[in-house]
Design a protein around this ligand. Sequence first.
Ligand SMILES: C[S@@+](CC[C@H](N)C(=O)[O-])C[C@H]1O[C@@H](n2cnc3c(N)ncnc32)[C@H](O)[C@@H]1O
Length: 339
Amino acid sequence: MAELQRPAHAERAEARGTRSPEESPEDSSDEGIADTSSIDTRTTASLSSSIQEVSIEHGRKYHSYKDHSFYWRPNDNDELDRLDLIHMLVQLINDGQIHQAPIAKNPQGILDIGCGRGLWCIDMGDVYPSASVIGVDISPSQVTFVPPNVKFEIDDVEEEWTFRAPFDYIHGQYLMGAIRDWPRLLKQCFEYTRPGGWVEFQDFYPEYYSEDGSLPPDAKLHQWLRLGEQALNAFGRDMFPSTKIPDYARQAGYTNVKVIKKVLPIGTWPEDAAQKRIGHLNWVQLYEGLHGMSMRLLSNGLGWKYEEIEVLLSQVRKELKDPNIHAQMSYYIVYAQKP
Ligand SMILES: C[S@@+](CC[C@H](N)C(=O)[O-])C[C@H]1O[C@@H](n2cnc3c(N)ncnc32)[C@H](O)[C@@H]1O
């Protein structure tokens, strides 16, 4: 396998392996937290003074929305860099498209739930100037400069929504492990979808495997995944919602449910140039995400010590760097229409 090129921030994440849990993150400035001028706090007035607070654990920054264990991935610069990279990866997976549902040419309302950085919202705002695009997240991590038709709100998408009008298109990407009650979320999406409008979810399906047996059943990658799943279940979250969303959508009342499954290589081992590029970005996002995806989950969820987690992660990193392992995973795109 060719030497994997890693972005500059990758070195910081690697160095984190030697950082003590008491240390502050190296990016201790507040640059990872958005200038909230692009965020509409009219509906979230009570939150406006507290949303910028962060909680620091294991050298990572986390949101401070509601109780601190509410969501487990960090919201610091390393994680936001990773989300930017995933934004590129998702475009490659989708052959350059920013959605798959066949939405109308001039949509009026578009909603992105759990929008993260908000880059997808910005793309949609550019492509559909007719639309008002709203991105909602519990973390004020959104970029500041946005098209005039894009705005962000800080809120919990699992609470009752208070939007004034229904949407032509509701979108959620990479929300695995984030949502407690998917059937209820789909019902709420349905209620807020205009008749004829669409809902779409895209997500990783992180069941790792190899077709040539190079990823053994006793791989540390599997052990790490199963522990993460166990911890997520303890938090009342599902690591694999993608295959259930079609049923949740039907139960909510949607029709024309379509499922697209993609295979994502992990690493640059594929011969095919497009798959190699996807595999490269996927490898980087996974490698860089290991620390952030593990610390709060395994420590708060399963009671693991920081040092124990680091030992496991170093073993997983070693496997990920092994050019003889041809690991892969799946990615699901699910969309459905309101009759
Ligand atoms: C893995 S990130 C994905 C972000 C973005 N959709 C993307 O693809 O880059 C998941 C996002 O969901 C947000 N989130 C988690 N639970 C949420 C909730 N109940 N309400 C709103 N946002 C939530 C997190 O803050 C985080 O930004």
